[in-house]
Design a protein around this ligand. Sequence first.
Ligand code: AMP
Ligand code: TRP
Length: 326
Amino acid sequence: MRVFSGIRPTGSLHLGNYLGAMRQWIAIQEKEDCVFCVVDLHAITTPYDQKQLKANIFELAVDYLAAGLNPEKCILFIQSTVKEHTELAWLLGTVTPLGELKRMTQFKDKSKQHPEYVNAGLLNYPILMAADILLYQTDLVPIGKDQQQHVELTREIVRDFNNRFGQVFKEPRALLPQIGDKIMSLAEPEKKMSKTGNQKGCIGLFEEPESIKLKIMAAVTDTGKEIRYNPSKKPGISNLLTIYSLASGKPIDQLEKEFDKKRYSDFKKSLAEYLAGYLEPFRRKRTELLTREVYVNDILKRGSQKALTVAQSTMQEVKTAMGLEI
Ligand code: AMP
Ligand code: TRP
């Protein structure tokens, strides 16, 4: 099966990115035919600094490798180096209803967040994402919950396109993790963990152990004393239980038993230890890779060449089906 996913180079990866999306990538690269992308063209739909973007693109590629993507087992590349992504996005834009784009939750959220920067690219963002996915005839898209709506729209685009022009695309499916598809902020457990939110609520994948411990100990918990999983009544503790379970490999009900009658502070102390240990190897690998620029750029170049071959073949098929010159 073909697998495709990407992350925007908008700053260092956080625990939500890893537990929601990347952890699935690392597992699935062993079995399936995977393509992972640094989606730089998506990153420019919200305000950014061009020098910083360049650094972020390289660092996200480093982060992919540090988190465990293996360039021998998957294709890794930068979106803007394969022009077919923007070309297909234009074509798909002609079959995407405007109403659907305006209804997307992410478009509404980001328009509110940056009212001074509501550009057409932000509205068309899901079309480019559909192009990313469809260029590689993708079956599965491993992502966190917030991106599910975009994959649903991609499926609609496929159905409309195939109805009109013949069977060209496969309908991809979103792949969400069983737990951890929406990691919440430690400071505001009703909001998702994000790079742009409250920094006290966001744990970086490569953060120093001391800082991780401070953030966990300061995490907002709920009234009452019980350590029980109940996301609607106890969002703070439930989020910490989810993180603990994923970092330790222990099921949530086992953790509930282990910490029965214990205090929140004991639970947090133990979680902080586990999490710092869990993330330690990532940080070490990242520090090493940051000094190996030639090696990383070589991986990206080879990835881009492999991606291009598949992308060009899809584009020929699409253009022929649509009655365009190839
Ligand atoms: P982004 O950083 O928005 O480009 O997101 C990259 C990937 O991480 C996407 O698959 C998102 O769904 C996933 N993701 C981002 N934030 C979270 C979160 N708080 N919990 C789970 N998954 C997330
Ligand atoms: N929109 C995704 C996000 O913000 C990133 C992305 C772009 C993506 N193209 C993709 C994810 C294709 C999966 C498949 O997280």
